[in-house]
Ligand binder design. Structure first.
Ligand SMILES: Nc1ncnc2c1ncn2[C@@H]1O[C@H](COP(=O)(O)OP(=O)(O)OP(=O)(O)O)[C@@H](O)[C@H]1O
Ligand SMILES: [Mg+2]
Length: 291
């Protein structure tokens, strides 16, 4: 069932009992544009939902909203409306496949990086007010290495860095790792090779990046594996569906589901606070670091 009425959804969400444990927050980033960040974020989130994890997918790319387009959802309100005070964060939530909750961004709006500090605070407050029982939150970030990208990545427990086998992607990935490690104290980055033609290509790509990063930076890179280049994935995008739903036995869907399985086993966040409070705290700390 797909209900797009935010009011209904918000009401339904409020009755669920709170979880004892904070949700796992995973930011999907990459530096370069077009490497597959949104594709990975959407499919990871759908696969986690499929596995029974209450998952929220947060689109923080206010410049170009991809998540709702990729999932064929029609937002009534977006994160931009929250920032501008027109609605509460709960009002923006849409229901995607398998009960996935989606907070959409908005097309053609200003980048979050351009938000005034007061607007940033408003957004953070909106997150504090959102009292949802979640197991996981997946954040799709914009291309580039803006403060916004760094802040959302820092606020997450795990950063999944999507990289392709092309010089610009590797260079941009390195630049992002460098900023995360030097300026944001991120000590571990999960590297996912995308659009590879063979498993060996993914491994070599990772080795290349890890050699440089571990020599010059104080950071541990973990190889998450590779998503193959897959025409079925392109077809799923044309259908506005996640490939794990549309073509569940395609090579890319298998790899993406495997990614979700492993992400689900990463060490659980410590602390017993519920909701998304801890994420908000880290978001505030990150925003402070950027100032
Ligand atoms: N494994 C893959 N196989 C084939 N095509 C892929 C794969 N991953 C991504 N693509 C294609 O690459 C294009 C870019 O993907 P996507 O929008 O996810 O990238 P992005 O990093 O989010 O881009 P942006 O920086 O613009 O937000 C899409 O058209 C998608 O279909
Ligand atoms: Mg994107």
């Amino acid at each position: 069932m797909q209900s797009h009425d935010p009011a209904d959804q918000a009401a339904g969400l409020r009755v669920a009992p709170p979880r004892a444990r904070p949700p796992r927050v995973i930011a999907v980033t990459g530096g370069k544009g077009g490497v597959g960040k949104t594709t990975v974020a959407v499919n990871l989130a759908v696969a986690l939902s499929e596995a029974g994890r209450r998952t929220l997918l947060l689109d923080t790319d206010l410049g170009l909203a991809n998540v709702d387009v990729l999932l064929g959802l029609s937002p009534r309100f977006t994160l931009a409306d929250v920032v501008e005070g027109r609605c509460a964060l709960a009002d923006t939530i849409l229901e995607g496949p398998r009960g996935l909750l989606v907070v959409p961004a908005a097309s053609g709006k200003r980048q979050m990086a351009e938000l005034a500090p007061a607007e940033h605070v408003g957004l953070i407050r909106a997150f504090s007010d959102l009292d949802l029982p979640l197991d996981a939150m997946v954040i799709d970030t914009a291309a580039g290495v803006s403060d916004q990208v760094l802040t959302f990545s820092q606020a997450a427990q795990d950063v999944v860095l999507v990289v392709c086998n092309e010089p610009a992607s590797i260079t941009d990935a390195y630049a992002l790792i460098k900023l995360l490690s030097r300026e944001r104290n991120v000590g571990r980055v999960q590297v996912l090779a995308n659009m590879v033609r063979s498993p060996a290509e993914g491994r070599e790509l990772f080795d290349k990046l890890a050699r440089v990063a571990e020599r010059f930076l104080d950071v541990v890179l973990n190889y998450l594996g590779a998503i193959p280049y897959d025409e079925w994935l392109r077809r799923s995008i044309q259908r506005q569906q996640a490939v794990v739903e549309a073509f569940p036995s395609s090579a890319s869907a298998l790899a993406l589901r495997d990614l979700a399985r492993r992400a689900d086993q990463w060490q659980a966040p410590s602390g017993a606070r519920g909701g998304v409070e801890f994420f908000v705290e880290r978001l505030v700390q990150g925003a402070g670091a950027a100032a």
